[in-house]
Design a protein around this ligand. Structure first.
Ligand code: NAP
Length: 290
């Protein structure tokens, strides 16, 4: 079993980006500038946004963290987004999800300029992905594609099962794995909560990408020998033995699944860091697309 080390791969990608930023600066151009908007004080969201800002520092990007109160109105948030859309100094920005219940996430996603949509959630970005046109790929699926690519995982002609059909992970992932590309050309089955006999489907899969948000859902009996398993799930589970008071669990029962796999991602240290690396790649691309 080979561990797909997202932490190391993301670090390699960030080193490569840092070199490109140095070249930009040496050519008298400005460093890419990423802004991150966070609403409220959700602990997990704060951790993710801080990690994104830290990654910007590592690669030499400028970054701006915009903290807004939980009580902000939808109108006020939309007006902040408009400000960022029109700010020439900002090359790309993200609005960290989830948002408070009184704010419509779709409205917010639609308000972000497709030219600055470095999370890749805007319908224009998703449409470009489907049509194989240049654009921003959604950060998590993009990170998974990068990880498979850098480990030279053969995907062509393979059976790939994606568990979960969210707009930000499962659905775009299924499209990317089916595309005619180096990482792609799979026969993809996209599964969800209404799927019948899921274990029969996953047992046939060469590649399983698990993104449903249910800790240790995929177990060893659901996986065939030699499968490649990518675990997207991150759930915080209370753990008094940890200083933070919690530990992170993936959607894969690592103990029973990993002995059967040819390759598997760990949690933490798998898909999470790759998502951040992809965000950095998209932000660099934003400046190139200008
Ligand atoms: P989501 O929006 O909650 O979607 C979950 C999907 O799983 C839904 O499509 C749902 O089906 C499906 N599902 C639920 N129960 C199922 C079951 N028993 N069998 C098959 N499918 C089932 O989740 P998400 O935003 O995609 O996130 C999934 C996980 O990935 C979460 O743990 C999240 O924290 C994590 N995540 C990690 C990263 C990262 O960077 N590592 C990034 C994003 C998300 P229905 O559509 O039928 O309801």
């Amino acid at each position: 079993m080979i561990l797909l080390d997202g932490k190391q791969t993301a670090s390699d990608i960030k080193d490569e980006i840092a070199v490109k930023v140095k070249e930009l600066k040496a050519a008298g151009k400005k460093a890419p500038h990423l802004a991150a908007v966070i609403v409220g004080d959700n602990g997990a969201s704060i951790t993710y946004v801080n990690a994104k800002v830290k990654a910007c520092e590592k690669v030499g990007f400028d970054s701006t963290l915009i903290k807004l109160p939980e009580t902000i109105t939808e109108e006020e948030l939309l007006s902040k987004i408009e400000e960022l859309n029109n700010d020439d100094n900002i090359d790309g920005f993200i609005v960290q999800l989830p948002l408070p219940k009184h704010i419509d996430e779709l409205k917010v996603t639609l308000a972000i300029s497709p030219l600055k949509d470095v999370d890749g959630f805007h319908p224009e970005s998703l449409g470009r992905m489907v049509l194989d046109l240049p654009g921003f790929l959604p950060a998590t699926p993009y990170g998974i594609v990068q990880l498979l690519d850098r480990y030279n995982i053969e995907t062509s002609g393979k059976d790939c099962v994606v568990i979960g059909r969210s707009h930000i992970v499962g659905s775009p992932m299924s499209i990317l794995m089916a595309r005619n590309n180096k990482v792609g050309n799979c026969t993809v089955t996209l599964t969800h909560s209404r799927t019948q006999n899921l274990a029969d489907i996953t047992r046939r899969a060469d590649i399983i990408i698990v993104a449903l948000g249910k800790p240790e859902f995929l177990t060893g009996d659901m996986v065939k020998d030699g499968a490649v398993v990518v675990d997207v799930g991150i759930t915080r589970v209370a753990d008094e033995t940890k200083k933070s008071g919690f530990r992170l669990l993936g959607d894969v029962d690592f103990a029973s699944v990993s002995p059967k796999c040819s390759h598997i991602t760990p949690v933490p240290g798998g898909v999470g860091p790759m998502t951040i690396a992809s965000l950095m790649m998209n932000t660099l691309q934003a400046i190139e697309m200008k």
